[in-house]
Design a protein around this ligand. Structure first.
Ligand code: ZN
Length: 148
């Protein structure tokens, strides 16, 4: 099993980013995907619904995560993992845009009109957040075992 190639910009800012990306990519079986990570000022992210990160699919196996520079340190793992779960949703064909301009997407066979759902009520967001929170706990437990 391979791991995702992760290109971390501004590496010194968040030391554990690469470790988290590698671990989570393995957990989510994202072994054929390249994920670029860019740290971004708040202004660029403000228009998005997700305050701390925005995901862009650049090509079928290439994604970029824009991570806000104002993200609290304790929340980085969860936010990155949340975005990686979205990448998994895309890669499995569970999530795709039906109409980018009208902001409609398909998730698990259901049509999701982004205009009709609050961010927190969107099924693909609920799944991403629940999975991310679970995986972060699993990761912390695994790290504790290594340290013992
Ligand atoms: Zn999300």
């Amino acid at each position: 099993m391979g791991i995702s190639q992760v290109n971390v910009v501004n590496r010194s800012r968040y030391e554990h980013v690469e470790e988290v990306m590698t671990y989570m990519s393995e957990q989510l079986l994202l072994d054929t995907v390249t994920v670029l990570l860019t740290h971004q000022g708040y202004a660029t992210l403000a228009q998005g619904h997700e305050d701390y990160a925005i995901l862009r699919k650049l090509s079928p196996r290439l994604y970029r995560i824009y991570l806000s520079k104002r993200i609290p340190k304790y929340y980085i793992s969860t936010v990155l993992t949340h975005e990686l779960v979205h990448i998994q949703q895309y890669q499995l064909g569970k999530l795709f845009f039906l109409d980018q301009e009208k902001r409609k997407l398909s998730y698990n066979g259901d049509v999701i009109d982004l205009g009709l759902y609050e961010y927190k009520d969107r099924p693909h967001e609920i799944d991403a957040q629940q999975k991310a929170e679970y995986l972060v706990i699993v990761h912390k437990k695994a790290l504790k075992k290594v340290l013992k």
